[in-house]
Design a protein around this ligand. Sequence first.
Ligand SMILES: Cc1cc2nc3c(=O)[nH]c(=O)nc-3n(C[C@H](O)[C@H](O)[C@H](O)COP(=O)(O)O)c2cc1C
Length: 214
Amino acid sequence: MKLLAVNGSPRAASSNTEILLNAFSSGFLENSQHEISRGYITRPDELLELYGNADHVIIAFPLYTDAMPAQVLEFLEVISQQRGHKTLGWIIQSGFPESCHSLPVTRYLESLAAQLGHDCSGTVIKGGVEGIQVKPRWMVRPLLKAFFQLGRSYSLDGRFCEEMVKRLHRPEKLHPLAAAWFRALIALGIPDTYWRVMLKKHGAHTGRFDAPYL
Ligand SMILES: Cc1cc2nc3c(=O)[nH]c(=O)nc-3n(C[C@H](O)[C@H](O)[C@H](O)COP(=O)(O)O)c2cc1C
C-alpha cells in the first residue's frame, strides 16, 4: 500500500490536523512494510504529484464554518478531473465537541468518492480537537493514542477500523446535562477565555465588535 496522508488545514505543519496525522502515521508505520507520504494543501503542486503516486489517500481537515477549508474543495475539484482508481478516506476534526456538525460534509465526501469511482476506506469524525496545542499533555494523550491505533489498524487492511470510528464519533450530540453545564459555562464567559487570549495576542481585542461593513 502506498498511502498519502493529506493535511487539509491552512495552518499546515503548525495545525491540529498535523498532530493527529503524526500520531496516525506513527501507528501506520509501527509494524508495516507500507509507505506513507505526507502532503499539504498549502503546497498544491507538490501535493498533486504525491497524489499521482499513491493508491490510498487520506484527506484530513478541520471543520471551518461547518464546511471544509476552501483549499480542500479546490484540491477535490482538481483530482475529480483525474483518471485512475484509488481508495479515499476522510478525517474531519472540529472544535465543537459534537460530531453532528461534521455530518453534512461527511455525506458529501462519501458520495463524492463513489461518484469519482473510488473506493472509500471510511470517514473519521472527531470533535473537541480545538486547543490540543495548549492543553496539558495528559489530557491529549488518549486522543493521540486513539489515532495511533487507528493508523496501526489501517496498515493491516487499508480501512478505518469501524469500532474505533464509532468511539471517536462520540458524542454526536451532547447529553442534555452536559449541554446544560456548557450553557452555564458560557453564561460565565469561560469558553471565551481562549478566544480572548488569541484576540489580545493578535492585537484585535479592542476592535472585536467592529462592524466595518455597517
Ligand atoms: C475560521 C475557523 C472556522 C471554524 N469553524 C468551526 C466550525 O464551524 N465548527 C467547529 O466545530 N469548529 C470550527 N473551528 C475550529 C477548528 O475546526 C478547530 O480548531 C480545529 O482543530 C483546527 O484545526 P487545524 O489547526 O488543523 O486547522 C473553526 C476554526 C477556524 C479558525
